[in-house]
Design a protein around this ligand. Structure first.
Ligand code: GLN
Length: 248
């Protein structure tokens, strides 16, 4: 047991960014810490607050519609330098869908283009049709496939040298063309996968927690957990998709 350990988690703007149960990712992170005897200090930060990012080990940004994204984007740009410093210092950052798009340089939404945080070399533009449905990818960061749900109009293009989170086995991914999904850069992970992402993908949860633990305690070592229930849920979905029994 590592009873003396603790991690501080920042849940950004839950009132605006909680599509398809994205808030459930926070529950998974907190539980996986609790099961290991590590204290999880979760702080929900609303749009009216100004978080002190240097106090946190992990920041989570969920997905939102274009309307919410516009509001959130303006709010986050006011703290662009602080977020950059947080990630530069090895803080873990997990961003889903709308949050993922904001990590890049820009999100072109027809007549309007939102400036992004520029934390990862990527750009997004809105296309048609929306890319909706179940998704499964293979990723280097975990042994099991990553399964979930995607619903986005945005097509995300990674800059040269930016690593995707994984390759698409079923579904659309970043742009429906490259067969790539998400992006990883240092301690930052961005993905289109909702569902929520983490309950059925314990390997992804532990990748993020390991980065946060490294940031706070200088070690990425996490005690293994019994993930049989999570992995059973994961493989039921994966097998269904691979057998062609599930569509959008
Ligand atoms: N507004 C973005 C899009 O449609 C993201 C939507 C989402 O977070 N699901 O591309």
């Amino acid at each position: 047991m590592s009873a003396a350990k603790s991690l501080s988690i920042c849940h950004l703007f839950p009132e605006a960014l909680n599509l398809y149960g994205d808030g459930g990712n926070i529950l998974t992170l907190a539980k996986r810490l609790e099961w290991r005897g590590i204290e999880a200090r979760v702080q929900e930060v609303s749009l009216t607050e100004r978080p002190h990012f240097a106090d946190f080990d992990l920041v989570f940004i969920g997905g939102g519609s274009d309307r919410e994204q516009r509001i959130v984007c303006e709010r986050l740009l006011a703290q662009k330098a602080e977020l950059k410093a947080f990630a530069g210092d090895g803080g873990a950052l997990l961003a889903v869908c709308g949050g993922y798009q904001l990590l890049g340089h820009s999100y072109a939404m027809g007549e309007e283009t939102l400036e992004g945080l520029g934390l990862i070399d990527l750009t997004t533009d809105r296309g048609s049709p929306r890319l909706i449905g179940n998704i499964a990818i293979q990723s280097e960061i975990c042994a099991h496939p990553i399964v979930g749900y995607e619903n986005h109009g945005g097509r995300t293009h990674l800059g040269a040298g930016v690593k995707p989170l994984g390759t698409v086995a079923f579904g659309h991914g970043n742009d429906d063309k490259t067969g790539e999904e998400g992006a990883i850069s240092g301690t930052i992970l961005g993905t289109y996968i909702h569902g929520p992402l983490l309950p059925k993908n314990p390997g992804v949860a532990d990748w993020v927690l390991a980065r946060a633990l490294e940031h706070r305690h200088g070690t990425a070592e996490l005690e293994p957990l019994d993930d049989s229930v999570e992995l059973a849920a994961n493989s039921v979905m994966y097998e269904r998709l691979m057998r062609g029994e599930e569509r959008e």
